[in-house]
Design a protein around this ligand. Structure first.
Ligand SMILES: Cc1cc2nc3c(=O)[nH]c(=O)nc-3n(C[C@H](O)[C@H](O)[C@H](O)COP(=O)(O)OP(=O)(O)OC[C@H]3O[C@@H](n4cnc5c(N)ncnc54)[C@H](O)[C@@H]3O)c2cc1C
Length: 352
């Protein structure tokens, strides 16, 4: 029988592909990326993240798995959307420099943080007040290219319907679910921040943050590095994506002046070169309070599932957990670790 997936962001796309590869019929319903974090994401995967240069959670497991996954998928789909490239990490405070020296002593950072400085030619391009280093092991998913390749793959398999999901046309049956004239065994919601409007999952404690991103044409900046100074400059086609803001109060996908002003202002203190703003987009990150993925099945409906909560790390996290989700679907006991099982959020559900 069929599994219905709602949402074709990174989460829905990869879950659908894993299920199809395992021989499970899938239909994905997506509204044409109307509210998509994936579409605007820089697509970065990095072992070292944040202002304190911390090691990304579980990155020694998640990143190698994700790299292998994207490379193999590129081959299978005959297109390219993934590249590996070192980062130049510019420090923005003295405190960050101290963290850097501390981390250099820590074996956890071996293979990622290095003692090497950016090449001298970058001195003419970027302000460097507190120093910088090269970070190895970074990679980037070109998310629009990836989403397009997945969309085409799903279309070729007659597995994609482009429309907003209509809850009035949905019902649970004794065995399975019905959506319009589709009978399916299960439905799995991968709706990103739209989960907050989902009648089965709303009230769960998700933390939402809006992020604005600019696409910049910086003709004189080479594309050999990912650049990072609290915000990132990521090679994107022949240009760069620059972002992102974190806005916790106004939650929507509208690229607004406030976001653009913050980004332009930050860029002024870093980039010495001329540039042109080519595009401005915004998306919303969805995270559980504990910043762990949220998946599994509803405690009251064992055929209504969720795959969400990927916060600002969907690119590295989704491939591994899509496989874990598939494994749990294939096993008879459906066991999921309590660390990521959506049932943990129902314990603190807010009832409206
Ligand atoms: C500015 C910004 C920068 C980011 N940078 C990075 C980064 O560098 N690296 C990284 O790993 N992560 C990054 N992230 C986070 C990353 O984008 C997310 O973790 C990931 O994209 C989440 O994917 P998703 O599929 O869960 O949700 P989404 O990408 O939001 O996908 C949900 C999809 O479902 C569709 N949908 C929703 N509701 C319905 C409905 N009712 N009917 C039909 N369709 C529906 C939406 O239109 C969308 O296509 C960033 C996020 C933002 C906002």
């Amino acid at each position: 029988m069929t599994t219905l997936i709602v949402g074709q962001g990174i989460a829905g796309s990869i879950l659908a592909i894993e299920l199809l590869k395992a021989g499970i019929d899938v239909i994905v319903i997506d509204d044409g990326h109307l509210q998509s974090a994936s579409k605007v994401a820089a697509g970065l995967m990095d072992y070292v993240s944040g202002k304190r240069l911390t090691k990304s959670w579980n990155s020694d497991v998640l990143i190698p798995y994700a790299k292998q996954f994207y490379k193999q998928l590129e081959q299978e789909l005959g297109t390219s959307f993934f590249f590996e490239r070192p980062s130049l990490r510019y420090f923005s405070t003295k405190e960050q420099v101290d963290f850097y020296h501390k981390r250099l002593e820590d074996p956890k950072f071996e293979g990622s943080l290095t003692k090497r400085n950016p090449p001298h030619l970058y001195d003419a391009m970027l302000h460097n007040d507190f120093g910088a280093c090269i970070v190895e092991g970074s990679s980037v998913l070109n998310t629009p290219s990836f989403l397009l390749a997945c969309k085409q793959f799903l279309e070729q398999n007659n597995s994609l319907i482009t429309e907003p999901f209509d809850f009035d046309s949905f019902e649970t049956l004794e065995k399975g679910i019905r959506y319009k004239d589709i009978l399916a065994e299960k439905i799995i919601f991968c709706e990103g921040y739209n989960v907050c409007k989902n009648p089965y999952f709303k009230g769960l404690d998700f933390r939402l943050s809006k992020g604005d991103v600019l696409t910049l044409d910086i003709a004189d900046l080479p594309q050999e590095f990912i650049l990072n100074k609290d915000k990132w400059l990521v090679p994107f086609n022949s240009m760069f994506r620059f972002g992102a803001t974190y806005e916790w109060k106004t939650i929507n996908c509208t690229a607004d002046q406030q976001g653009q002003d913050e980004l332009v202002n930050d860029l002024k203190g870093w980039l010495k070169l001329n540039y042109q703003v080519v595009n401005h987009e915004a998306g919303v990150r969805t995270a559980a309070k504990d910043i762990r993925p949220v998946f599994g099945f509803h405690p009251d409906y064992d055929n209504i599932g969720i795959f969400n909560g990927f916060s600002s790390k969907g690119v590295m996290t989704v491939p591994y957990y899509a496989r874990e989700f598939l494994k749990s679907l294939q096993s008879s006991d459906n066991k999921l670790s309590s660390e990521i099982n959506c049932k943990r959020l129902f314990l603190n559900r807010i009832h409206h």
